[in-house]
Design a protein around this ligand. Structure first.
Ligand code: PLP
Length: 403
């Protein structure tokens, strides 16, 4: 069936203002998400914040059902938090590491996660090890399997990195983790909303996600999945009167469900908006979204690779909607600035976000152009023409060839 691009764009007010290829940063919200979020803020202003939450209790509770449907788990396995980092941290810092425990991760690991490994390693004596890539530039399953022993406490990888189109083979990693009975944490921040996720198929025990990126939810929203079977083995690093109950003067009891990883005060408007965003994505179908996003990204890669002095940098046997590239003689920041003058949005990704990957490829930075299903082929053309123009300007004078 033909993808209804006209409807997708009609539903996305921001399309009128910008050519938005920063969906891996924060997508343009669709109208229903905007309306639900603003509607709740207005209700809070009219009748009071606590009273609004009470009145809209069903809409607030719905986000748990929506997230559970999205990644195919149960609602009591979901904690709704303010972003992917908080979700990931709550999971990671609840794991009791001991001296000599090994944490296995991948080359494309995100900086915030790796910083947490380093901190925990320093405090506990655990060690972190980076599994090399295979010939496609994704985590080597063979090397991962070979690294397994009884000291491996955690396998923790990023599904889609912040800085490129790579999709790490999350389910193959899950198979290794399951075969060995090792805890598996998946950072799905950049994949949720653009790639179908099924936690049982993937085989992960913990999964972190954000709302504002490919799910097109409001900023300041995210969620954590915790497999039911491990819930009571993980004590959250932070507790409050929502995560636990003060049952006697000297005693508290931690909640049995995944909400033990939440805290009491929260952004209700954002949570309601996130629930609507997930429903909206499911309405299109994540399979449909994935097919459209990867086709559009592939078309962009093809056009960019035809421009002299442009190098497309994406790795992986399977690629997603993030397109990364460099232009000889122009910094990523300069490209971002020049595109912004034409109302074209991209970001620059630097070595500080993904050090192992970038160092291995001798890259300091790349331009990250990330497409979504509401972007059009005409935008891919306009974008590529804008890059070619930048490069033309760069070439005249003094040189007329790539250095
Ligand atoms: C791979 C990856 N993980 C985690 C995060 C952090 O997500 P959040 O900003 O929602 O905390 C990002 C953000 O860009 C990311 O790219």
């Amino acid at each position: 069936m033909q993808f209804d691009l006209a409807r997708a764009r009609r539903d996305t007010p921001g399309c009128e203002n910008v050519l938005h290829f920063n969906n891996a940063g924060a997508s343009l919200m669709p109208r229903p998400v905007l309306d639900a979020t603003i509607g709740h803020l207005q209700l809070e202003a009219q009748i009071g914040g606590y009273e609004a939450a009470e009145r809209e209790r069903d809409a607030v509770e719905h986000v748990y059902d929506a997230a559970a449907r999205l990644i195919r788990c149960q609602r009591d396995e979901i904690a709704v938090v303010e972003n992917a980092t908080r979700a990931w941290d709550m999971a990671f810092y609840s794991i009791p590491f001991r001296p000599g425990d090994r944490i296995l991760t991948a080359m494309a690991e995100y900086a915030s996660n790796y910083i947490a490994y380093l901190q925990v390693a320093r405090k506990t004596g655990a060690v972190v090890e980076v599994i090399p890539n295979d010939e496609h530039g994704q985590i080597s399953i063979e090397r991962l399997r070979a690294a397994i022993d009884e000291r491996v406490k955690l396998i923790s990888i990023t599904h889609v990195p912040t800085n490129g189109g790579l999709v790490n083979p999350a389910a193959e990693v899950g198979k290794v983790a399951r075969d060995a009975g090792i805890l598996y944490l998946l950072d799905a921040c950049q994949s949720v909303g653009q790639i179908p996720l099924d936690v049982d198929e993937i085989g992960c025990d913990l999964l972190s996600a954000t709302g504002r990126k490919y799910l097109r939810g409001p900023r300041g929203t995210g969620f954590l999945y915790v497999r039911r079977g491990i819930l009571d083995k993980l004590e959250p690093p932070l507790l409050d009167l929502h995560a636990a109950r003060w049952v006697a003067r000297d005693r508290y009891e931690i909640r049995p469900d995944a909400r033990r990883f939440e805290n009491w005060e929260t952004n209700y408007a954002g949570e309601i908006g996130l629930g609507v965003a997930i429903d909206y994505a499911l309405g299109w179908g994540i399979d449909v979204i994935a097919a459209r996003v990867s086709a559009l990204a592939e078309s962009l890669r093809m056009r960019l690779s035809e421009i002299p002095c442009v190098t497309v940098r994406d790795l992986g046997a399977r690629k997603c909607g993030i397109v990364s590239f460099t232009v000889d003689g122009l910094s990523a920041e300069a490209i971002k600035r020049r595109l912004a003058e034409q109302q074209i949005n991209v970001t620059a990704s630097t070595v500080y976000s993904t050090r192992f990957d970038m160092e291995a490829r001798r890259l300091d930075e790349v331009v990250r152009a990330s497409v979504h299903y509401y972007n059009g082929e005409d935008e891919v053309e306009r974008f590529s023409a804008a890059i070619a123009m930048l490069q033309d300007r760069r070439r005249s004078p003094p040189s007329n060839h790539c250095p």
